[in-house]
Design a protein around this ligand. Sequence first.
Ligand code: R5P
Length: 312
Amino acid sequence: MDGRLLVFSGNANVELASEIAADLNVNLGRALVGSFKNGETRVKIEDNVRGCDVFVVQPTCPPVNHHLMELLLMIDALRRASAARVTAVIPYYGYAKQEKKTAGREPISAKLVANLICTAGADRILTIDLHAPAIEGFFDVPVDHLQAAPLLAGYMSSLHIPDPVIVSPDAGGVGRANRFRERIGAGLAILAKQRPEPDTAEMLEMVGEVEGRTAIIVDDMISTGGTLIEAAAMLRERGAKEVYAVATHGVFSPDAVASIGQSRLVETIVTNTIPQHDNHQQARISVISVAPLFAEAIMRIHKDLSLSVLFS
Ligand code: R5P
């Protein structure tokens, strides 16, 4: 790719985009991303992007529809301004949990959103820890799918916890938890979860041995916190000495941080794919930055280098 590398940001996570740009030693591209008085999203790219290799950093985190629209309009504006290539950098992919129909007459929203992003004109996608890896296939353009596991496992290893056990809080997360277990060398336990209604989690049973050990719950995202809190309660009931949790995406719906603060979780570790706020310390929530990982991936994409080294 010969064109200059440019990084732009919508309003979803300017802090992360600025950190990525600083790691790449470039300034954030200048763009007006706001609203018209009638409520419609307004975008104007202020820099010349003709022939450039452009990366737009925009997680589609809450307010999801608003951030998605900003992303779509930015891609469209960049295309029409003759950028040579536009990569949508989506550190958190909203609608990912609607990747299949769970009942009749439901949409497959994650597929529709992928269609919208491709139709807007994205040439590539760069993302991390999609809720379901199959979402990669929803895009008709190349997807580079990063993992936060090396960062999160590195942090947990630095705590030197003797004889830990990695816990998947539901059947769908077993592969993710097992890969994490392989990184830090630990046992594995699996919980069976059910959702009696949306946004409510109930733990049914557990497979594995946690008695007298430190349990580390591994999940892709925390929304209400219900999954973690219920999982931690069952693990303590079954004799776990203490419980930690790691998750890539801290969505934290209202009350989630307070509920985690009142739970028996020793520490909850998330990344900054979604902006994180200051009230986290009281809830024993730590935040690890994915900016260096994204910066390295962007540099490698720009230079047509392999991304494999980022997975070890
Ligand atoms: C579910 O399939 C996901 O992997 C997470 O366990 C879930 O999104 C967490 O949501 P909540 O914090 O609302 O229980």
